[in-house]
Write a protein that binds this ligand. Sequence first.
Ligand code: G3H
Length: 218
Amino acid sequence: THEFYLTRHGQSEYNKLGKIGGDAPLTDDGRMYARRLAEFAKKVICRNAHGDAVPARLWTSGLRRTKETAAFIEHPTLEVCLPPPLGKLQWVQMRAREWRHLDEIYAGICDGMTYDEIQQLYPEEFELRHADKLGYRYPRGESYLDVCHRLEPVILEMERCRQPLLIIAHQGILRLIYAYFCGIERAKAPHVSIPLNTVIQLQPCTYSCVETRELLHT
Ligand code: G3H
């Protein structure tokens, strides 16, 4: 298995308002992050240890904020890179794929609300979720356990992947992927923090992963 690079989308209009879910576009800060991420993809993800260009993969969710975060990454066509020392032209390909499986956990009747609004309108739901964040299913929405199931094909494909892979997704989703590869128990996974503006690099090894984090300042 090759290395994985996990990142949340850049800041969205909903992040700024403290609202969950929805399909909001990026803010100016979010677009700035998208530019930095494209630089990082070109310089780090699409290079091997010798600095040669290598083909890589790019996955996003079906939601606007992840696709906008990928917008400055050159894909999916072949890109000519600067010649390496031997003067040979090399080609880079970042093959893009959009997976609805990577969409954020769906909050059902609470979609588009702030946590304060949820607590005021649905205090019992708020308490239930607090008591069991993994198993709690939003009315007409999903639970983290539901999301674990929909992520199964993604995880299988990741395990088979033989190229560096950048996944641009959402906090709820990346928590589960991160917990799976780093051996964090399932009940703890919904509480893992996945910060904005950060690329988490995971290099799978025998029983866990070597992890490095890159904060891309906006
Ligand atoms: O939809 C919002 C979040 O990224 C997931 O947050 O499961 O901690 O409420 P939460």
